[in-house]
Write a protein that binds this ligand. Structure first.
Ligand code: NAD
Length: 282
């Protein structure tokens, strides 16, 4: 089994990005910048935001964290987003999810300017993605496609099974894989016989948020398995794939942690850089 080493690939790409940004700072007289909005003090979100800040420091993206109180009014958050939308020194805006239940997540995401949508979640950017037009791609699916490419995995003609249909992972990765020539099955909570589908997969992408949902008997020998899930079990991070068992049958497998997570952050850095170039070249 070959490990899909997201940490290594992401680090190499971040170093290449750092070089490009160094040159562009001389040319355009300013660094790219990312504003991160964190609502509340959820420990997992705090740790993700810290990881994103560290990556920004490495590649040379300036970043500012807005840590807002859990019970912030929607109108206050909207005002902050509008201010950042109008600030010419801000290239990317990221609203760390999940946010408090009293806030309208989808409305706030769509309030972020589509030209500053570092996560690629804005309805217009997702519309471009589904029409196969150039756009800012959601970070996790973009990171997964980059990881597969880095290992020279060509998905064209493969039977791919995606577990999960969320707007941020399952649905967009299904679209990207279809565009790349794979035949797609999307499984979700209502799927009658999950194992029946997963056993047909040449490529299995698992994004359910259920610790060790996929076991060895559910995977076709030689399949490529990408584990997106991040679950905390007894204080430890565990994926949606039972690593020890599935590593016995898969040809490639991404670990948790150090698999898709760092690739997502790298994709976020690349998205912010892309938005920056659009702003400074206009
Ligand atoms: P979500 O809760 O929005 O969606 C989960 C999907 O899985 C749903 O479509 C649901 O129908 C499906 N599902 C749940 N249980 C299932 C089951 N038993 N059988 C079949 N389908 C099932 O979650 P999400 O935001 O897409 O995230 C999924 C997981 O990926 C989470 O663990 C999250 O933390 C992780 N994640 C990781 C990264 C990363 O960078 N590594 C990024 C985003 C999300």
């Amino acid at each position: 089994m070959i490990l899909l080493d997201g940490a290594k690939v992401a680090h190499e790409r971040n170093l290449m990005l750092k070089e490009m940004i160094e040159k562009d700072i001389l040319k355009y007289k300013r660094a790219p910048s990312l504003s991160i909005i964190l609502v509340g003090d959820n420990p997992a979100s705090q740790s993700y935001v810290k990881g994103k800040g560290k990556a920004c420091d490495l590649v040379g993206i300036t970043h500012k964290l807005y840590n807002l109180k859990e019970d912030i009014k929607e109108s206050e958050l909207s005002t902050l987003i509008e201010e950042l939308n109008h600030d010419d020194n801000v290239d990317g805006i990221l609203l760390q999810l999940p946010i408090s239940k009293h806030l309208n997540e989808s409305k706030l995401i769509d309030l972020i300017s589509k030209d500053k949508d570092a996560d690629g979640f804005h309805v217009v950017n997702q519309g471009y993605l589904y029409q196969k037009k150039p756009t800012i791609c959601p970070a996790t699916p973009k990171g997964i496609m980059t990881l597969l490419k880095s290992y020279d995995i060509n998905v064209s003609g493969m039977d791919a099974v995606v577990i999960g249909r969320s707007n941020i992972v399952g649905f967009p990765i299904a679209r990207l894989l279809m565009d790349a020539g794979a035949t797609i099955t999307v499984c979700h909570r209502q799927t009658k016989d999950l194992a029946f589908h997963t056993r047909t997969a040449d490529l299995l992408i698992v994004s359910a948020g259920r610790a060790e949902l996929v076991t060895q008997d559910m995977v076709k020998p030689g399949a490529i398995v990408v584990d997106v899930g991040v679950n905390r079990v007894d204080g430890k991070l565990v994926g949606d794939v039972f690593f020890q068992g599935v590593s016995q049958v898969a040809s490639y497998l991404s670990p948790v942690p150090k698999g898709v997570g760092p690739m997502t952050i790298n994709a976020l850095m690349e998205n912010t850089y892309e938005l920056y170039l659009k702003h400074v070249q206009n």
